[in-house]
Design a protein. Structure first.
Lengths: 268, 274
């Protein structure tokens, strides 16, 4: 391949600089002893201390983690079973219809998901708060898990199942001892993706959270609307590290699952 | 398993999910779009939508989304093109993608600082001789931050389709005497058009429905369809009108997906872009 010309290199460096400047700008000022994001006065860790001493913030952090773990576990279970069901649908038309229904929540804008879930919860009488947020997160994570698991299932040879049947395995055995082990990398990738989407979500949660319950992104939003607090900077540095860890974990599993990388959630 | 006559029980949760969280919400949005504030049937919401206020809002939302998408393509295309020529291209691509995993709110928050009256952007302007300007809460800051956020979502699909092009085709075009520009226009661009289409899909629809950035960065100056829906649902509490706007947003989404649609799968895996 031809080597990059100089202008091309400069252009790429510029794009990378623009992409990363805001992130490092945030992290840099999290160590600022002055209270602003404009003049750096001295190095301090007090804003990190503020994060860990704020009980309210820690409770919100715990809520966020609990919601993320629970919703990704439950959505992975439902999604994996759903994907297996889709693969075994014999009728091509039904299968395509189910697949289209599956993708609706992936392509719909968050505002629409949030607004329609708000109507739904009000109609069926789910109280807005922990339950409504958890259910919403499970709901928007299921199709992602299905998408991640399907390719693995499709590449699995049918003769594996035939062999197991011939050797006297029950349906339950086939599921737990043949299918699930085979698609494990896809399941892990789906779980990780569900986890990051749940942690990252703002818009859907914003609609269904009600008054008493709050997750980290809701809290950051109300803090940011009030103005600049360097506690947010410290928080974002911590979130950056955790996100990086999750992304690397996700790549590790998708590399093993043999799938192409994808972008994160553009949550708007 | 192939010859099981009864529908297996393990599928139940998944089908319940489809019924409750895919079909029911859309049906409810349509149903509520015909209700007024007291819950009685009305067509007033649709009438209102076609009044000049909402039409102007829709048009301006489309205009912003168009500008954001266009600028994103102009920046992302050369990036993707040159990325395919780097040595460790998958690593560089990963580096482009990582910022898209950082929470949108934090990126918007960073720009509140950068574009602030005493922030680095204004310091740079002052050093150049232009006095401190109000950058935050303008159209410029809104478009800049949106483009910033969408760049990775445009680079990825374009990169993938450029990367798939067989280099022999480009060599052949060169051997047959085509200039670099002709090669780009006649060979590379048409072969990579699907990537651009997926990118447009991943940027244009979210750009129509943005509401976080409009609130935090644009003050309340820019109103997109998303902002209007959020306003109707959570501030004005007029769910009927909010649902009507949502119905139109869904319609626009379907039209855009048909225009940029392609039989080849792959666009779907570019991530959840809402």
């Amino acid at each position: 391949m031809a080597k990059l010309s100089k202008p091309a290199k400069i252009y790429l460096i510029l794009v990378f600089a623009i992409l990363y400047t805001p992130i490092f700008y945030l992290i840099f000022y999290s160590f600022n002893s002055g209270g602003t994001m404009s003049s750096f006065e001295g190095f301090t860790l007090e804003h990190y201390g503020a994060v860990f001493n704020d009980t309210r913030l820690l409770i919100i952090l715990m809520n966020t983690v609990i919601i993320a773990l629970l919703s990704s576990l439950i959505s992975t279970a439902i999604g994996v079973l759903g994907a297996i069901g889709i693969v075994f649908l014999r009728n091509r038309k039904t299968r395509n219809a189910v697949l289209s229904l599956n993708t609706i929540l992936i392509v719909s804008p968050d505002v629409i998901i949030g607004a329609s879930f708000l109507i739904l919860f009000t109609m069926i009488g789910v109280k807005l708060g922990f339950a409504s947020v958890l259910i919403s997160h499970i709901a928007f994570s299921i199709p992602i898990v299905v998408i991640m698991v399907l390719p693995k299932l499709q590449e699995m040879s049918g003769s594996l199942i035939d062999a197991a049947t011939d050797l006297g395995a029950s349906k339950r055995d086939i599921l737990t001892r043949v299918i699930i082990p085979y698609i494990k990398p896809g399941i892990f990738a789906g779980f990780f993706l569900a986890l990051t989407y749940s942690l990252d979500d703002f818009a859907v949660t914003f609609f269904v959270t009600g008054n008493g319950f709050s997750t980290l992104s809701i809290e950051i939003y109300s803090m940011a609307r009030a103005g600049i607090t360097l506690t947010i900077n410290a928080l974002s540095a911590l979130i950056f590290v955790v996100t990086l860890g999750l992304v690397l974990g996700y790549y590790f599993f998708t590399q093993r699952a043999g799938q192409s990388p994808g972008t994160g959630g553009a949550k708007v | 398993m192939k010859d099981s006559p009864s529908r297996p029980l393990y599928l139940a949760p998944y089908y319940i999910w489809i019924a409750l969280f895919v079909i029911a919400p859309i049906a409810l949005i349509f149903y509520f779009s015909f209700l007024d504030l007291t819950g009685a049937f009305t067509l007033e919401n649709y009438q209102n939508f076609f009044s000049s206020v909402y039409l102007r809002m829709t048009l301006s939302s489309f205009w912003y989304a168009f500008l954001i998408t266009l600028i994103t393509i102009l920046i992302a295309y050369p990036t993707a093109y040159w990325l395919t020529k780097t040595k460790h291209k998958q690593l560089w691509l990963l580096l482009i993608i990582i910022p898209s995993w950082i929470n949108l709110l934090l990126k918007a928050y960073a720009f509140i600082g950068i574009f602030g009256l005493y922030g680095p952007a204004n310091k740079l302007l002052q050093a150049l001789g232009a006095g401190p300007l109000q950058i935050l809460f303008t159209d410029f800051s809104f478009i800049f931050v949106s483009v910033y956020i969408f760049i990775p979502f445009m680079v990825l699909p374009i990169f993938n389709s450029l990367d798939k092009i067989n280099p022999a085709l480009i060599d052949a075009s060169r051997d047959l005497g085509a200039s670099s520009f002709t090669t780009f226009r006649r060979i590379i661009f048409p072969l990579a058009i699907n990537g651009v289409k997926s990118g447009v899909q991943a940027v244009f629809i979210p750009a129509l429905s943005l509401f976080v950035i409009t609130r935090l960065i644009a003050g309340n100056k820019v109103i997109t369809l998303g902002t209007a829906i959020e306003q109707q649902f959570l501030v004005t509490q007029n769910w009927g009108m909010g649902s009507t706007i949502a119905v139109f947003l869904i319609l626009f989404m379907i039209i855009i997906m048909m225009l940029t649609g392609q039989k080849e799968k792959g666009g779907l895996y570019n991530g959840k872009t809402k």
